[in-house]
Design a protein around this ligand. Structure first.
Ligand code: NAD
Length: 412
C-alpha cells in the first residue's frame, strides 16, 4: 500500500547526498613521525536548513557509513521538526591509540580540512561515537581561529564553560522518556506496573533509567558491555552508576560490597539473556544490530524503545512487526539529543542562555508533540511506528523541496 506520493523530483534529490568531502589530515605524532588520517564530511540535504550531524572517530569509518548516517540525520531532524538538514562526519582512526595531544592535533586538523564547508549557517557538527565535549571545544576554537571571530554556533555538544547548553548531557535519555510517557498514555500502561530492561548503561541508558525510575517505572535489569544485573525489585540506577564509576563494573555482588547495599536481591545475567527477558519494555541503548533474525523470535518484551541508532536490523524489524511487538523507532526516540543541540545553536546565535528548566520544558514540548503525531499517523494508516515516523519526516522534507522549486536555485 502506498502511504505517500512523492514527486519524481523529490525522489531524485533524496537518492544522493548534496555534498561529499574526503580529506587527508596530516598529524605530527608525539614521536616525531607524520601520520595521515582519512576524514569525511557528508552533507546529505540542506533544503530545510543548515545541515547537522555528529563526527565519529572509529577505525571502521568509511564513506558509505558516513553517507547513510547523514541520510538518517536528514530524516531525524525532519521527524522532530528542527530547521536543519542532515550531515555526518568521521575520521578513520582508533582514538584509544592516540595521546591527548595527538587527538587534539587530529581534531584541529580535521576542522582545518573541512572549514570551507561548515559554519553556523551552513553545517553544524556535534559529537558522535568516541568524540565528546572536549573535542567539540577544540574544534570550535580551531574554527574561531580560522574565521578570526567567535562563532560558537558552528558546533554543538561543547563544554558548558565554552558555550555548551545546560541539559544536553541528559537530553537523549530525557527525550526517550517523554516518548515513552506518551506511549504509556496511548496504550494505557501504568508506570508502576510496567517493568523495563535496559541494554546499555552509558550516557543515554543511564539518564533514561534514572528518569524512568523517577517517573515510577520499574527498571528490573541493566547491562553494559561487561554483562548485566537483574532484580525482582526495582533497581536504583543512580546507586548503580555511582558503583560503576568507582568499581568499573555492574556486578551485583560487588555492588553490595560497597557502602550502599539495597534490600533488593541481584543476580548477574549475560547481555543475551537481558535481551530475552520477559519484561514489558525492552530499551536498547547500546549499539546497532543487537536484535537480528537470529534472536528476534526469542524477544518477549511487548514494546521496544530504540535509544541506540539502528539496534534492530531490517529482517528482525519485520519479524517483530509480524508478532505485534511495538517498536518505538530511533529517529523519534533518540532525537532529544539533536533537539537540545538545536537549542544550543539557538542560544549561541542569540548570545542568551536559558535555565535548564526552560530547556527541559521546550524539549518536552517537541518530543510530546512529535510522538503523538507519529502514534496517530501509525494508527490512521495501520503501519508500524517506524514507517509512520519516516512518513512524517519525509513529508516535511518533500514539502520543503516542493516549495523550494528547482534545485539550481539553492546551490550555494
Ligand atoms: P555510551 O558509550 O555512553 O554508552 C554505551 C553503553 O553501551 C556503554 O555502557 C557500553 O558498555 C554499553 N554496551 C556496549 N556493548 C554492549 C552490549 N553488547 N551489551 C550491553 N551493553 C553494551 O554511548 P551513548 O552516548 O549512551 O549512546 C548509546 C547509543 O545511543 C548509541 O547507539 C548512540 O549512537 C545513541 N545515541 C546517543 C545519543 C547521545 O546523545 N548520547 C544521541 C543519539 C543517539
Amino acid at each position: 500500500m502506498k502511504y505517500i506520493t512523492l514527486s519524481d523530483d523529490v525522489i531524485s534529490r533524496m537518492k544522493f547526498p548534496k555534498r561529499t568531502l574526503i580529506v587527508s589530515i596530516p598529524v605530527r605524532m608525539d614521536d616525531g613521525r607524520l601520520r595521515v588520517f582519512k576524514g569525511y564530511r557528508v552533507q546529505f540535504d540542506d533544503t530545510r536548513g543548515p545541515t547537522k550531524g555528529g563526527i565519529r572517530y572509529h577505525p571502521s569509518v568509511n564513506l558509505d557509513e558516513v553517507t547513510s548516517l547523514s541520510f538518517w540525520m536528514t530524516i531525524k531532524c525532519a521527524v522532530v521538526g528542527l530547521p536543519f538538514g542532515g550531515a555526518k562526519g568521521g575520521i578513520e582512526v582508533d582514538p584509544k591509540e592516540l595521546s591527548l595531544l595527538e587527538l587534539e592535533r587530529l581534531s584541529r586538523g580535521y576542522i582545518r580540512a573541512i572549514a570551507d564547508i561548515i559554519g553556523p549557517k551552513r553545517d553544524i557538527p556535534a559529537p558522535d561515537v568516541y568524540t565528546n565535549a572536549t573535542i567539540m571545544g577544540w574544534m570550535a576554537d580551531e574554527y574561531n581561529q580560522i574565521m578570526r571571530e567567535q562563532l560558537p554556533a558552528v558546533i554543538t555538544g561543547k563544554p558548558i564553560h565554552l558555550n555548551g547548553s545546560l541539559g544536553r548531557e541528559a537530553a537523549t535519555g530525557r527525550g526517550a522518556l517523554f516518548v515513552l510517557l506518551q506511549w504509556a498514555k496511548f496504550k494505557n500502561l501504568i508506570p508502576e506496573q510496567t517493568t523495563i530492561a535496559v541494554q546499555g548503561f552509558g550516557n543515554a541508558g543511564f539518564h533514561f533509567a534514572k528518569l524512568a525510575t523517577q517517573a515510577g517505572f520499574k527498571i528490573i535489569a541493566l547491562s553494559d558491555s561487561k554483562g548485566g544485573i537483574i532484580s525482582n525489585d526495582s533497581l536504583d540506577p543512580q546507586l548503580i552508576m555511582n558503583h560503576k564509576q568507582t568499581e568499573k563494573t555492574l556486578k551485583a555482588m560487588l555492588y553490595c560490597e560497597g557502602t550502599v547495599c539495597e534490600e533488593a536481591e541481584f543476580e548477574t545475567i549475560s547481555n543475551e539473556q537481558l535481551l530475552e527477558l520477559n519484561v514489558d519494555i525492552l530499551v536498547l541503548a547500546a549499539l546497532e544490530n543487537q536484535i537480528t533474525e537470529h534472536n528476534a523470535a526469542n524477544i518477549k518484551a511487548k514494546h521496544i524503545l530504540e535509544i541506540a541508532n539502528g539496534p534492530i536490523n531490517a529482517a528482525a524489524d519485520e519479524l517483530l512487526n509480524q508478532r505485534g511487538v511495538s517498536v518505538l523507532p530511533d529517529v523519534l526516540v533518540n532525537a532529544g539529543g539533536v533537539t537540545v543541540s538545536y537549542f544550543e545553536w539557538v542560544q549561541n546565535r542569540a548570545g542568551f542562555y536559558w535555565e535548564e528548566s526552560e530547556i527541559n520544558h521546550r524539549l518536552q514540548n517537541v518530543m510530546d508533540k512529535e510522538a503523538v503525531n507519529i502514534f496517530n499517523l501509525a494508527q490512521k494508516n495501520n503501519t508500524s511506528l517506524r514507517t509512520a515516523a519516516y512518513l512524517h519526516g519525509i513529508n516535511r522534507i518533500s514539502g520543503a523541496m516542493t516549495e523550494h522549486g528547482t534545485h539550481e536555485h539553492f546551490q550555494k
